[in-house]
Design a protein around this ligand. Structure first.
Ligand code: GDD
Length: 347
């Protein structure tokens, strides 16, 4: 009898939303999974606690800004596949911390690629690129669309994407996933979807009066993170590394998102006023949504809507969760969370 050796994967950014879904996905596929984690990570450990406690996920402490820790992680895990999900992932924060964003989102990738390919030229690497790279180029956006980044976050991600393509041109297996926004009940509360589902759940329970947001007119193509991590894995199973857009193809404004969250939770919202004075009221006339300039970005990406036909054609990938199902899933999870009937990581 021949014993099949388990495939080993190293995931950076393991404590993030995508890290937790991808780790579960790979463990289910029979992988030996290692997670690269900052000792000082501000992400909730609860996302991966169940995997760590059961022994299915091995954690290695380190930091994308700290070369020796990357070297140790690669030595220790000796991976067949690396998924680079580590990033300063908040676009708004990148305007406040541009150097840190550059150091993690670009320099970190450079460190990782250098160390990984020195260790083993055959490692397959997935780089988490982003639709933010399209910036001011109008939708729909595909792999052929011109990049026009408007934030330090997107600048750093674009530079990393180019580096991946350089390595690929030299024959290395370096894939880049241009993922559009992807959300879930595990999403951080500083991103607009979760901020809203969490706030509306609290309003429903009378624990909060209203929520304050920024630009209501920005449009995003919101999909389910669980669908998107499947695409990451698919990209690394191909014969050749490539770049793929991953998106639902459907865009909604922040305003429509609020309306959907409100109607799912049974608190329909209507709008009154204009500009910074615009408010969203419930059916009793109580203000539930107001605008604060501080949530606006110095430069905004107005509209993102992806064309994922290449991923459909070549990988056979398609999203399984619709926008409405995603909002419903997130609202129900937050209602259970706030109501105290469910633990954090269940969905
Ligand atoms: N976060 C936040 N908070 N965003 C708000 C708010 C608010 O109160 N009000 C309006 N917005 C708008 C933002 O200006 C933006 O246009 C949109 O809502 C979405 O913001 P985020 O949820 O913060 O996500 P993002 O689109 O900036 O970035 C996310 O998606 C990218 C892929 O397109 C992040 O996950 C990035 O890491 C990822 O690369």
């Amino acid at each position: 009898m021949t014993l099949m050796k388990k495939k080993r994967a190293l995931i950076t950014g393991i404590t993030g939303q995508d890290g937790s879904y991808l780790a579960e996905f790979l463990i289910n596929k029979g992988y030996e999974v290692y997670g690269f984690m900052r000792r000082t990570s501000t992400d909730p450990f609860a996302r991966i606690e169940h995997l760590h406690v059961s022994g299915a996920l091995k954690l290695i402490y380190g930091n994308m800004r700290d070369l020796p820790t990357i070297e140790r992680a690669i030595e220790e895990s000796d991976p067949h596949e690396i998924y680079n999900l580590a990033a300063q992932s908040h676009v708004g924060v990148s305007f406040l911390c541009p150097d840190e964003t550059w150091d993690i989102n670009y320099m970190g990738v450079e460190r990782l690629l250098t160390v990984a390919y020195k260790h083993n030229k055959k490692i397959r690497i997935y780089q988490a690129s982003t639709s933010e790279m399209f910036g001011s180029t109008p939708p729909p956006q595909s792999e052929k669309t011109v990049f026009a980044p408007v934030s330090p976050y997107a600048e750093a991600k674009l530079k990393a994407h180019h580096l991946i393509e350089e390595y690929r041109a030299q024959g290395y297996f370096a894939a880049s996933g241009i993922l559009f926004n992807h959300e879930s009940p595990r999403r951080g509360k500083h991103f607009v979807t979760r901020k809203l589902t969490h706030a509306f759940a609290k309003m429903k329970y009378g624990m909060q009066d209203h929520v304050t947001v920024g630009n209501l007119d920005a449009e995003r193509d919101w999909g389910f993170a669980g669908d998107y991590v499947r695409a990451m894995w698919m990209m690394l199973q191909e014969k050749k590394a490539d770049t793929y857009v991953i998106a639902t193809g459907e865009a909604h404004s922040v305003r429509q998102l609020i309306e959907t969250v409100g109607s799912v939770i049974g608190m329909p919202i209507h709008w009154e006023g204009k500009g910074l004075k615009e408010v969203g009221k419930d059916e009793h006339g109580t203000i539930r949504v107001s605008i604060d300039k501080k949530f606006y970005r110095p430069r905004e990406v107005d509209a993102l809507q992806g064309d994922a036909s290449k991923a459909k054609r070549k990988l056979g990938w398609k999203p399984e969760v619709s926008f409405e199902e995603l909002v419903e899933m997130m609202v129900q999870a937050d209602l259970r969370l706030i109501g105290g009937t469910q633990e954090y990581v269940q969905q």
